[in-house]
Design a protein around this ligand. Structure first.
Ligand code: CMP
Length: 140
């Protein structure tokens, strides 16, 4: 096992419903540590750039409009196997498929409004962290 960093977002559906603290508690209770955090209102252009990998998908417009619709908490999580651990704690993308006790099973409303995002691999984690944070903003 190795100490890793991963990128995490608490999405507008969750901040709107005042779930920021409950979600961060789940992450911390799993052993992950928040080493960078800021609450932002991303622009549509930022959402389009962040999710550019999905630009040809039918849900791209809906996804990027939603992500610019309210506050998002962007954060960096650190811990043993942080990328896989975060994905385990989040649960499946579609809350209908998410295991009981996961963040998405308990707090997500739909596949689009699914409460949280987490990087899926080491390379994307590094890219996603660098998209939102300068090195001096990450305080391990
Ligand atoms: P996330 O982990 O942020 O990565 C891409 C997001 O696209 C995903 O979570 C979902 O919220 C969203 N997404 C995936 N499939 C669909 C879909 N069929 N309709 C709307 N949004 C989707």
């Amino acid at each position: 096992m190795a100490t890793e960093r991963t990128f995490s977002m608490i999405k507008p559906d969750a901040t709107r419903r005042n779930l920021m603290g409950k979600i961060i508690a789940r992450l911390e209770e799993s052993g992950l540590r928040v080493v960078a955090s800021k609450r932002i209102l991303m622009s549509k252009a930022q959402a389009e750039a962040f999710y550019a990998v999905h630009k040809d998908r039918p849900f791209y417009g809906e996804l990027t409009t939603f992500m610019a619709s309210g506050p998002t908490v962007v954060q960096v999580l650190e811990g043993e196997d942080a990328i896989a651990k975060n994905r385990e704690v989040m649960g499946a993308t579609n809350p209908a498929d998410a295991a009981p006790g996961t963040i998405r099973a308990d707090y997500a409303q739909s596949i689009g409004e699914n409460a949280v995002h987490g990087s899926d691999a080491a390379e994307t984690a590094a890219e996603e962290i660098a998209f939102w944070f300068a090195g001096h903003e990450i305080v391990g």
